[in-house]
Design a protein around this ligand. Structure first.
Ligand SMILES: Cc1cc2nc3c(=O)[nH]c(=O)nc-3n(C[C@H](O)[C@H](O)[C@H](O)COP(=O)(O)OP(=O)(O)OC[C@H]3O[C@@H](n4cnc5c(N)ncnc54)[C@H](O)[C@@H]3O)c2cc1C
Ligand code: FES
Length: 377
């Protein structure tokens, strides 16, 4: 076993942690990209929100999304890399430099607010904006405590934080792993929020993937992994409406955190999980939801296989089709979907058009690839 101090795996700074809300190093490639958009600006620009009294400053180098967060406003987002389009909104007036996409002048629609920096005062129209405490993010150097490979293409990584350090989060949120060049990869936190001195990640191996194959494949107990946590809006609403949970593959990770959180808090909100994988072997922690279903009458579990072996007697096909077969009316249900982008996109379209699910009751984190994030975004 190698010692944390001697293993350079993902060590980007000395072990320890810092408050990620404090000024921090910006990756070199990001600095170069930003140079064209921020070089002549030394002052904050004012961002106003159309149709509201909301306004906040955006510091040089900050995106509109980051500035909103700093000011205590939450705009929808997921990847923060210009890939998933969760953060798109309108630009009613002014000019924005959108990293990797050039300058946009208002009025314009479908602007990626996670990549947009104001070039002067701007008026924006996000799809949603809500009061939210500014996130208290922490950058931590964690230690690999345990590595499990419960399925051929899935690694469960248990990371421990420095002794005495905790990083509170909400079930469903994710952290960013920082790669040696400063690029990042988001991974959902699979542990329950009650255990916030550690992080459990479920990583699906992508062929050729920089983190999931090349780095995870080499990791050993005691290696160091730099992370920043927490991020994300994929958290349960505070109503008691019944919940349908949809997962494909490692999209089970944040769902596990949500259910274990509910168990820990002795809540009994009704939940039905549909977990879709190709084969039964891909249901890598299947015994867990089976155990929850056996112990808690508020929880149901339906595994769904798209390529079942002969003899499989359970549901087959796509998770959203399995839901439709069981619940033709979803008017009063909230759906939380996590995993492949194909699933989250199709589930939204199918369940809203065929079962009356209200769009605002559909919540998703799509595991979009981050490839090219520093070069194209
Ligand atoms: C909010 C969020 C949460 C996430 N949580 C998880 C999680 O809990 N578990 C998990 O396994 N992944 C998760 N992901 C995906 C993860 O962040 C990485 O994108 C993924 O692990 C690949 O990273 P990599 O460095 O190995 O591959 P890269 O080097 O970035 O890409 C290598 C190749 O694989 C392709 N590729 C990468 N990702 C995918 C994909 N998802 N589907 C199809 N092709 C792909 C790329 O296009 C590229 O060709 C999440 C993504 C987001 C946006
Ligand atoms: S959060 Fe902006 S594109 Fe994903």
């Amino acid at each position: 076993m190698s010692s944390p101090m001697s293993t350079p795996a993902l060590l980007n700074r000395t072990p320890g942690d810092r408050d990620a809300n404090q000024p921090q190093e910006t990756p070199q490639r990001e600095i170069e990209q930003n140079a064209t958009t921020t070089a002549n600006r030394g002052e904050a620009e004012l961002v106003t929100v159309a149709g509201t009294e909301i306004e906040f400053p955006c510091e040089p180098g900050q995106t509109v999304l980051e500035a909103a967060e700093t000011a205590g406003w939450s705009i929808p987002y997921s990847c923060r890399k210009g890939v998933c389009t969760s953060c798109t909104g309108g630009l009613r007036a002014g000019e924005l430099a959108v990293r990797g996409r050039g300058t946009i002048s208002g009025p314009a629609d479908n602007v990626l607010l996670c990549r947009a920096e104001p070039l002067g005062p701007v008026e924006i129209e996000p799809r949603r904006i809500e009061r939210r405490e500014p996130p208290r993010r922490k950058a931590l150097t964690t230690v690999v405590h345990r590595i499990r490979r419960p399925a051929p293409r899935v690694t469960v990584l248990d990371l421990r934080f420095p002794i005495g350090r905790r990083a509170p989060f909400q079930a469903g949120q994710f952290l960013n792993v920082t790669l040696p060049d400063g690029d990042t990869r988001p991974y959902s936190l699979a542990n329950s929020p009650q255990h916030n001195d550690a992080a459990e990640l479920h990583v699906r191996t992508e062929p050729g993937g920089r983190f999931s194959e090349q780095i995870v494949g080499e990791l050993r107990r005691g290696d160091l992994v730099s992370v920043e946590t927490p991020f994300g809006e994929f958290v349960l609403d505070d109503t008691d409406a019944p919940v349908i949970l949809l997962a494909t593959g490692t999209g089970f990770a944040p769902i596990k955190s949500m259910v274990q959180d509910q168990i820990a808090r002795r809540q009994t909100r009704r939940m039905h999980l549909y977990w879709g994988c190709r084969t039964a072997d891909d249901l890598y922690l299947r015994e867990l939801p089976e155990k929850w279903a056996a112990r808690h009458d508020w929880f149901r579990f339906t595994p769904v296989l798209s390529r079942p072996a002969p003899g499989w007697r359970g549901a087959t096909g796509w998770v959203q089709q399995a839901v439709l077969a069981d619940y033709p009316d979803l008017a009063h249900v909230h759906v939380y979907a996590c995993g492949s982008e194909a699933m989250t996109t199709q589930a939204l379209a199918t369940l809203t058009s065929e079962a009356g699910l209200r769009e605002e009751h559909f919540h998703a984190d799509a595991f979009v690839p981050a490839a090219g994030s520093l070069t194209t975004a």
